[in-house]
Design a protein around this ligand. Structure first.
Ligand SMILES: NC(=O)c1ccc[n+]([C@@H]2O[C@H](COP(=O)([O-])OP(=O)(O)OC[C@H]3O[C@@H](n4cnc5c(N)ncnc54)[C@H](O)[C@@H]3O)[C@@H](O)[C@H]2O)c1
Length: 336
C-alpha cells in the first residue's frame, strides 16, 4: 500500500515536495494544506488531490501516514508535534526550528509517538557523497577546509529576513553547511566564531520588516580533527545584484570545486572532472530515504538530532556575533 502523504505549505518547497512524493510509486499525495486557500487549491489541482486551509482537519491517524512540512521555520515544531500525536511520520524542511526548545520538542514527540522524523537537509546529496569517500580515504590529505560564499540581493520573501519567521541566513541557509561538514568529515563542531551585520535595513523591498535578522556574516567553525568551515553569507545587497556563490573544498593534496552537475578536482599538476548527479526534484533522495526507513523500520539518514546540532551551531554563531567571543562547543552528544 502506498504511504498517504499530506503536504503542509504550498509555496516553493511545498511544490517541490509534492512533485517529488508524487513521482514515487511507494507514496500517494492525498492532500495539500496552506493557510492561503488559493495556493493550496492550485497545487492540489495540479496533483488531483484534496485542498485544505487548516492542516488539523486533514492530518488524522489512518487518513495520513506522512506529513511533509514546508512552512516558514517558526511553524515547523507546532505542525510536527501535532503530526506525531496523530501517529504520522514527518519529513520537515530545514532548518529544524528557530529555537532549541522547539527542535527538541519535535524530537521528543517523534520518539514518544514512535514515528520517524526526517529533515530535508538535501545539500548532502550529489557531490558531497563522493568527496566524503575521498576525505575518508585520505585523498585530500588533512585536515580539510570548506569555504562557501553566498552573496545575493535582498531576498524577495520577507520571512527570510525576519528573526521571528525563518531567522535570517545564519539559521536558514548556513544550517546546510554546518550539517555538510559533519557529513563530510565525520567530526562534531569544536568552536565557533562569527561576526555579522544587517545590510538589508533601509532597502525598499524590506520596508515592512520590523525584526531584522543579521543578513551578512562571516562564520568560522572548527570541527574535530581540525577541519574548518569558512562561510560568508550576505543576503542584503541592493535589488538587481547578480548572485555570487563560491564553493571550494580543499586539503593539502587536492582542491575540489563543484559546479553545474560537475566536480572539478585540481591536483598539483592536473585536473579531473567528474559528473555528479543532480536531482530532478530536490527532496527526492530524502523522500526515498524516509520511505525505506518507514518500510524497514530503521532511522532515516538525517534525523532530528542532526538538524538540532546544525541549529545549535547557528545559534552559537549568532551568540558569537553578540558577544565578540569564540563559542566553545561543550555538548558532545553524537547522533550516530
Ligand atoms: N531545503 C532547502 O534548500 C530549502 C530551500 C528553500 C526554503 N527551505 C525551507 O522551506 C520552508 C518553506 O520555505 P518556502 O520557500 O517554501 O516558503 P514559501 O513562502 O514559498 O511557502 C510557505 C507557505 O506556507 C504557508 N503558510 C504560512 N503560514 C501557514 C500556516 N499557519 N498554515 C498553513 N500554511 C501556512 C504560506 O501561505 C506559504 O504558501 C522554510 O523553512 C525554508 O527555510 C528549504
Amino acid at each position: 500500500m502506498p504511504l498517504k502523504v499530506c503536504i503542509v505549505g504550498a509555496g516553493n518547497m511545498g511544490a517541490h515536495h509534492a512533485r517529488a512524493w508524487a513521482a514515487s510509486s511507494d507514496a500517494k499525495v492525498v492532500a495539500v494544506c496552506d493557510a492561503d486557500k488559493a495556493r493550496s487549491e492550485e497545487l492540489a489541482r495540479e496533483l488531483g488531490v484534496t485542498a485544505a486551509v487548516d492542516y488539523r482537519q486533514v492530518i488524522k491517524r489512518g487518513r495520513v501516514d506522512v506529513v511533509s512540512i514546508c512552512l516558514p521555520t517558526f511553524l515547523h515544531s507546532e505542525v510536527a508535534c501535532f503530526a506525531a500525536r496523530q501517529g504520522c511520520h514527518i519529513l520537515t524542511e530545514k532548518p529544524l526550528a528557530l529555537t532549541v526548545e522547539q527542535g527538541q520538542a519535535m524530537i521528543d514527540a517523534a520518539q514518544r509517538h514512535r514515528v520517524k522524523l526526517a529533515v530535508s537537509l538535501q545539500y548532502r546529496d550529489g557531490w558531497p557523497a563522493r568527496c566524503r569517500e575521498m576525505i575518508r580515504r585520505g585523498d585530500f590529505g588533512g585536515p580539510v577546509i570548506l569555504r562557501f560564499a553566498d552573496v545575493r540581493e535582498v531576498r524577495p520573501k520577507l520571512a527570510m529576513h525576519r528573526r521571528g519567521m525563518n531567522g535570517g541566513p545564519v539559521i536558514d541557509m548556513a544550517c546546510h553547511y554546518f550539517d555538510l561538514m559533519r557529513f563530510l568529515t565525520g567530526g562534531e563542531p569544536r568552536r565557533v566564531f562569527a561576526r555579522g551585520h544587517v545590510y538589508g535595513r533601509g532597502k525598499p523591498r524590506l520596508k515592512e520588516v520590523d525584526d531584522f535578522a543579521r543578513d551578512a556574516a562571516v562564520i568560522t567553525v572548527e570541527y574535530e580533527g581540525g577541519h574548518i568551515l569558512d562561510l560568508v553569507v550576505n543576503w542584503g545587497m541592493p535589488e538587481g545584484f547578480p548572485s555570487y556563490t563560491e564553493e571550494i573544498l580543499m586539503g593539502p593534496a587536492l582542491l575540489a570545486r563543484p559546479s553545474a552537475g560537475r566536480l572539478c578536482l585540481q591536483y598539483g599538476d592536473h585536473e579531473e572532472f567528474w559528473n555528479v548527479e543532480t536531482l530532478k526534484f530536490p527532496p527526492q533522495q530524502r523522500i526515498a530515504d524516509l520511505i525505506a526507513a518507514i518500510r524497514e523500520d530503521h532511522a532515516p539518514e538525517i534525523i532530528g538530532e542532526d538538524a538540532l546540532i546544525a541549529l545549535r551551531v547557528s545559534l552559537a554563531a549568532l551568540h558569537s556575533m553578540e558577544t565578540g567571543q569564540v563559542v566553545e562547543w561543550t555538548d558532545d552528544r553524537r547522533t550516530r
